[in-house]
Design a protein around this ligand. Structure first.
Ligand SMILES: [Zn+2]
Length: 228
């Protein structure tokens, strides 16, 4: 009996277990979205490959669900979300002030050795704030041209219930810090949404008609924001 081996199916790792059973069986496992195939003893690799191939769409959907639900861990070797991507968190003990920098797919956090999760969160939030402000400032002029209104100021706050707010008297827009974790199209949607309030204060029919024009797939993007 060939106990367990791993095939590389291009976009995701697949582990195969052959056992005394009748049918091929496939699962996508948390927390990393690994694909586990159980196969009858005499199944060939080619058959397993075809089987996995035929279920690729389903596997990708399950993987997306599992990966987005996996908890973000603030520890060395854990992960942080960055504009929709999951980056590896690398923690390096460091005597001075905490420092965070991104190096490709890795976020390096230099922090005092006795620091705990709350200190990690605080240091990362400072970094998220700077990264979100930079991204929002770069994106704002295009959104302003689309909507035909201008913001007077961008602010960032760690808000509990809203992704953004717009003060229609001062035209100041406040963004939720957690937008730094969401795909960039979410940031664009929130900027356009808040600028749109400079035309229409409330969420009335005219407001959403404007959104249809300025950001035609706002419904899909709003779902991304509501997920978690
Ligand atoms: Zn609104």
């Amino acid at each position: 009996m060939n106990p367990s081996d791993t095939l590389r199916e291009g976009r995701f790792p697949v582990s195969v277990t052959r056992k005394r059973m009748k049918n091929l069986y496939l699962r996508v496992l948390p927390p990393d979205g690994r694909v586990a195939v159980s196969a009858p003893l005499r199944t060939s690799d080619a058959e397993i490959h075809r089987f996995v191939e035929s279920r690729t769409d389903w596997i990708l959907k399950q993987r997306a669900r599992i990966l987005s639900a996996a908890p973000v861990r603030f520890e060395n070797g854990g992960s942080v979300l960055y504009f929709g991507a999951r980056l590896l968190l690398c923690v390096i003990p460091h005597a001075g002030r905490a420092k965070v920098e991104r190096n490709g797919e890795t976020v390096v956090l230099r922090i005092k050795p006795e620091a705990g999760e709350a200190d990690y969160q605080k240091a990362l939030n400072g970094w998220y704030r700077a990264e979100l402000l930079r991204a929002a400032e770069a994106m704002l002029p295009g959104c302003e041209r689309t909507v035909g209104k201008r913001a007077s100021e961008l602010k960032i706050r760690d808000m509990k219930t809203r992704w953004g707010t717009c003060n229609i008297k001062t035209a100041a827009i406040t963004l939720n810090l957690r937008l730094a974790e969401k795909p960039p199209e979410c940031l664009r949607y929130v900027l356009i949404h808040e600028l749109c309030h400079l035309h229409e204060a409330g969420h009335n029919e005219r407001f959403w008609r404007r959104m249809d024009v300025y950001c035609p797939d706002w419904k899909r993007i709003r779902k991304l924001l509501k997920a978690r």
